[in-house]
Design a protein around this ligand. Structure first.
Ligand code: HEM
Length: 411
């Protein structure tokens, strides 16, 4: 039985839908009535039969798809679900240098190398510097008189600085790296007036910058993380182009995601004052995970079936795309008590905001949680009386649950 609640032509990846809201009522309806549902699209991949995707909305099924890469490939297509657009095979092939779009054994090889950047020790080593940054960001915001935009003044800075610290980008180069990163992720939203070409150019420049960095370190090794990743070309290290795409991926994966978790978190606190009071009083260690569940900055990713298979009672054919909706899984009442309640003491909190637990599970999770903790601790101390001034302005995007402006005031 087709699900009656979805109007004809409704597509969860339509940027105009996400521009206004995350489609939570539609997800709830599908979880209940048709948890694996075919969503027709008019776009296609050259040389592939591809007229839509399966929308997977239950927590258990999102986990199943994520943890079975042999059935659901990341490299046959791109990780981001496209909205009604024609894409050439070459364009997909080019994106296979990005970790998210790889399958084992290539994915296993590259992930084992880049994992060195994210060891608990490496993250701990950043903590003091990131804390100082978070305190400065909050102090600067406190000194503002009148309303200000929380996104540009508070949420943007720390995620970019964290990536720059992680891979040791020199201070003088950070402004241009930040500019390229922001341009790459903004072009879906016409308000930014950034064309796809400008987004593409920024990606090319960022990759070239990183490849130069790799070449430098190979010539003159230093005691830093880049040197350990690229020390020599060969099995245990990254090639220069692989390093270029790794930095590109960090600039996208670690930037907009954490920025939106922080912004949605602030909005959730200010619209749930009892939770803000609780946070200021007790600083529960569970808060950051609930902020990520609540925000679910990455609404979806996709996989492609490697063979005919079954999921949620539906027959999936080889080559068909399968969209996994973290935003839906994170409100699944089978797993979360009162899923639509923002509760910073929620424990356990098996949310899928960082992915469904398979080989692609977010590499930057501990860094993201650290950033969120440091920032909210600083904001709670410096700006305890923050209040909302108007509604958030949402980002137009096909896959990011984004806010581009959130006016707040301390007065
Ligand atoms: C992968 C979410 C922060 C680096 C992912 C995935 C999600 C995600 C959903 C895909 C998981 C899958 O396919 O199973 C988030 C959210 C963040 C965040 C919500 C912030 C709140 C970060 C940060 C970094 C990072 C700070 C690094 C600086 C990565 C990388 C991958 C990834 C490298 C690809 C892993 C792979 O393909 O093996 N993230 N992420 N993320 N994330 Fe994050």
């Amino acid at each position: 039985m087709p699900c009656p609640a979805l109007p004809d032509g409704f597509d969860f990846t339509d940027p105009d839908v996400l521009h206004h809201r995350v489609p939570l009522p539609e997800f709830a309806e599908l979880r209940r009535a048709e948890p694996v549902r075919w969503i027709p699209q008019s776009g296609n991949v050259a040389g592939f039969q591809d007229e839509g995707y399966w929308a997977v909305t239950r927590h258990a099924d999102v986990k199943y798809v994520s943890t079975h890469p042999e059935l659901f490939s990341s490299s046959l297509n791109t990780a981001i679900i496209r909205f009604n657009e024609h894409i050439e095979r070459d364009a997909i092939d080019a994106q296979r240098l990005i970790l998210l779009n790889m399958d084992p054994p290539e994915h296993t090889r590259v992930r084992q190398i880049v994992q060195r950047v994210f060891t608990p020790r490496a993250i701990r080593a950043l903590e003091d510097r990131l804390r100082t940054r978070a305190l400065n960001i909050a102090a600067d915001a406190r000194d503002r008189s009148g309303p200000f935009d929380f996104v540009t003044e508070v949420a943007c800075e720390l995620p970019l600085q964290a990536i720059a610290e992680l891979i040791g980008i020199p201070q003088d180069d950070r402004a241009k790296i930040f500019d390229w990163s922001n341009k790459m992720i903004a072009y879906d939203d016409p308000e930014y007036a950034i064309t796809e070409e400008v987004g593409q150019e920024s990606a090319t420049e960022l990759i070239a910058y990183a490849m130069n960095m790799a070449a430098d370190r190979r010539e003159c090794p230093a005691k830093d993380i880049v040197s350990t990743l690229v020390a020599a070309e060969g099995e245990g290290n990254l090639r220069s182009d692989e390093f270029g795409f790794f930095v590109l991926m960090l600039a996208v994966a670690g930037n907009e995601t954490t920025r939106n978790a922080i912004t949605h978190g602030m909005h959730a606190f200010l619209t749930h004052p009892e939770q803000w009071e609780l946070y200021k009083r007790e600083r529960p260690a569970t808060a950051a995970e609930e902020i990520v569940r609540w925000a679910t900055p990455v609404v979806s990713f996709q996989r492609t079936a490697t063979q005919d298979t079954e999921l949620g009672g539906k027959r999936i054919k080889k080559g068909e795309r399968v969209g996994i909706f973290y935003a839906s899984a994170n409100h699944d009442p089978e797993v979360f008590e009162n899923p639509d309640t923002f509760d910073i003491t929620r424990d356990p909190n098996p949310h899928l905001g960082f992915g469904g637990g398979g080989p692609h599970y977010c590499l930057g999770k501990s860094l993201a949680v650290l950033e969120i903790d440091l920032l909210f601790n600083a904001v709670a101390d410096a700006l305890p009386d923050l209040r909302l001034v108007g509604d958030p302005r949402r980002l137009r995007s096909a896959w990011i649950n984004g806010v581009k402006e959130l006016q707040v005031s301390t007065g």
